[in-house]
Design a binder for this molecule. Structure first.
Ligand SMILES: [Zn+2]
Length: 301
């Protein structure tokens, strides 16, 4: 009998042990399942977040591309139309409100152009750069910066050597095309056309006057406008102080209401950059709006 009770007790103990082990196993399984469920959900959350992030960055990218296309759109005309030529013909005539086109020739150069670009950016002003092809090839990243910051890239020929560019009408057209290609390569837009050309030394007068006149006509037939200036700061006249540049500016600007201002961003023109803040505040104080050639070529493509 005693023996039987002992067996019975042992069985009970064994059962208890089994039940405890079972409970522990069930609990472990339960916690494992719980762990995996939570982990999975967490992963899903991260995935959705990442997905959202990718979507957001895609949207941002699309916006940037769209904005760039907006800019590029304006450049993709093969030639100017009659209406735009008329606007260019009237560029020096009266304007209400008053307007000024800041134009910079002979660049871009590392010595001057980046400072001018920083200043224009701070002042939120769009200008026009009449670039030289050989400078574009030397500093393509600066032309790209000008382009991307919304300035108009116009054409000043390739060499700036009168004996080369004014050798014949074909030579001028060749320099225009060569510079146009350099700009295309620099900004990464093979559809780009600069459309506005400034003759080195201006389009009238001097030894090459009749050749310039003939070339102007050929350019016009190709849909390219030649543009000079009606005010300057004398930064290519050997003036050595800010005050002298400013008085040349006031003197040539007079009371014109539509001003195309000639300046230079060649390597030795740091004084032009230093004078620019005063030119800008004078214009602001006197009610001039800053324009670039984009404002003359308004056509939608
Ligand atoms: Zn020049």
């Amino acid at each position: 009998m005693d023996y039987l009770i002992k067996i019975e007790n042992r069985k009970r103990k064994l059962n208890k042990k089994r039940i405890t082990i079972l409970i522990v196993v069930i609990l472990i399984i339960f916690f494992l399942i719980l762990y995996f469920v939570i982990r999975n959900n967490f992963k899903k959350e991260i995935a959705t977040e990442k997905n959202n992030e990718t979507q957001i960055s895609n949207i941002l990218e699309e916006n940037i591309i769209e904005e760039q296309n907006e800019v590029i759109k304006k450049y993709n005309f093969e030639m100017l139309n009659v209406e735009e030529f008329e606007r260019f013909d009237n560029i020096y005539k009266t304007s209400d409100p008053k307007r000024i086109f800041l134009t910079f020739d002979d660049g871009p150069t590392m010595q001057v152009t980046p400072y001018i670009l920083d200043l224009l950016k701070n002042e939120d002003i769009k200008a026009t750069f009449f670039v030289l092809g050989n400078r574009v090839d030397a500093n393509p990243e600066l032309v790209k910066r000008e382009y991307e910051e919304g300035h108009f890239i116009a054409n000043h020929g390739y060499s700036h050597k009168y004996s080369a560019i004014y050798a014949s009408t074909d030579a001028v057209i060749d320099e225009y095309s060569k510079t146009n290609q350099s700009i295309r390569d620099a900004i990464g837009n093979q559809e780009y056309n600069s459309l506005a050309f400034r003759f080195p030394g201006g389009s009238v007068g001097g030894y090459y006057d009749s050749l310039k006149k003939a070339t102007k006509q050929i350019l016009r037939e190709k849909g390219i406008v030649s543009i000079d200036w009606n005010a300057l700061i004398g930064d290519s006249e050997g003036l050595k102080t800010k005050e002298k540049l400013l008085s040349r500016f006031y003197e040539t600007m007079k009371n014109q209401s539509s001003v195309v201002l000639l300046m230079h961003d060649a390597a030795d023109k740091i004084l032009t950059y230093e004078t620019l803040p005063e030119i800008i505040s004078y214009c602001r104080e006197n009610g001039y709006e800053f324009k670039s050639l984009y404002d003359v070529i308004l056509r939608e493509s």
